[in-house]
Design a protein around this ligand. Structure first.
Ligand code: 0X9
Ligand code: CA
Ligand code: ZN
Length: 340
């Protein structure tokens, strides 16, 4: 009878041990799931898996770290991928805004499509052979993780503002026209611009990356509203290259519509609303190259309801949203190659 106490103690220890192990497995609190959408851990693993399966044309690099020291992963896709060749660079970004989960999956699926179809598709091969395509599908990993684990509608990064509020809007933190209309100096605001231009490690990383790469074209994916937006966003005045920016946007909209019939409206960003310090204005001011914010599904005419919420695009729409955006991205890469 006196051994029963020890037996129960042993069982208790075994139970605690097993419980501890199960909580570190998939879907435990340390490894959350976003259903069919990709989490940070899944993007990390899958980008590395693509690069190891297709090492001749794909490599993964950490271009820098977030506030909470997560890597900002980018996959480079090109022939002779280990070499920095004299080929036009095209950059695709996803997830400046944490809750915009589809903006992660679309550029990720484009990367996957390019490497998996290189051997069989002559168009893909020509584009990959003649350009250097850099795709960073999750540039706000801390915010995204927070959106998955704690607050689905989180938008900003996870900067501790020091007054009980968190987060800077990365798409208001770029230096060009920083502090202008459509941004806020209030730390609690969802469009808080940060204490200074490029105050955030994420935007510093993206600034340094784009300065080093000198891309010939760029797309930054967001959602929602189905729009293709170009500079300027900080003013209603037209950009010097408005005609070129618009003509490329019109072709991309046409290509998108041809896949599943979805209408993406092209136009100057300020026609949506004025916003200062965004990615597109900064890159266009720096290099004058075609740069776009693509706002993915859903359309804004369907007001969010419990059955069709704006940022929470149903999982069944991940694949079609990728499919319709693929030819638009391929067109922009092709355009960049033609500029040589
Ligand atoms: O407000 C933004 O940063 C973007 N929309 S979102 O709903 N994804 O947050 C739009 C940025 C477009 N740029 C300007 N209007 N300046
Ligand atoms: Ca190359
Ligand atoms: Zn956004």
């Amino acid at each position: 009878m006196k051994y029963l106490k020890y037996l129960l103690l042993m069982l208790f220890i075994v139970f605690i041990y097993l419980f501890g192990i199960s909580s570190t497995c998939d879907n435990g609190p340390s490894d959350p799931t976003a259903g069919l959408y990709h989490t940070y851990a899944e993007i990390d693993a899958e980008l590395h898996a693509l690069a190891s399966s297709y090492s001749a044309i794909a490599s993964v690099t950490s271009i820098g770290e977030s506030v909470e020291q997560r890597d900002l992963w980018a996959i480079k896709i090109s022939d002779n991928v280990a070499q920095d060749e004299d080929e036009p660079v095209v950059v695709l970004f996803g997830c400046h805004h944490a809750r915009e989960w589809i903006s992660v999956d679309v550029p990720f699926l484009i990367a996957k499509y390019l490497v998996e179809n290189y051997a069989s598709d002559t168009l893909v091969a020509r584009l990959v052979n003649n350009s250097e395509i850099w795709i960073a599908p999750m540039v706000n990993p801390d915010g995204h993780q927070y959106s998955v684990t704690s607050d689905r509608l989180w938008r900003k990064n996870r900067r501790n503002n020091g007054n009980g509020t968190f987060g800077v809007d990365l798409n208001r933190n770029y230096s060009y026209q920083w502090g202008g209309p459509g941004s806020s100096g209030d730390t609690y605001s969802d469009i808080y611009r940060g204490p200074a231009p490029f105050s955030e490690p994420e935007t510093q990383v993206l600034r340094d990356f784009m300065q080093q790469m000198s891309p010939k074209a760029m797309i930054s994916y967001h959602n929602f509203s189905q729009l293709i937006l170009y500079a300027w966003g900080y003013t209603y005045s037209p950009a010097p290259d408005e005609a070129l920016l618009d003509s490329i946007a019109v072709v991309m909209a046409h290509k998108i519509r041809s896949v599943h019939g979805k209408d993406y409206t092209s136009g100057q960003a300020s026609t949506l609303y004025l916003a200062s310090g965004d990615t597109v204005d900064w890159l266009y001011a720096l290099l004058g190259v075609p740069s776009y914010t693509i706002e993915l599904r859903p359309t804004s005419s369907l007001r969010p309801t419990s059955s069709y919420p704006g940022f929470e695009l149903p999982e069944s729409e991940i694949q079609p949203t990728f499919e319709e955006n693929l030819p638009a991205a391929l067109f922009l890469i092709d355009w960049a190659i033609d500029q040589l």
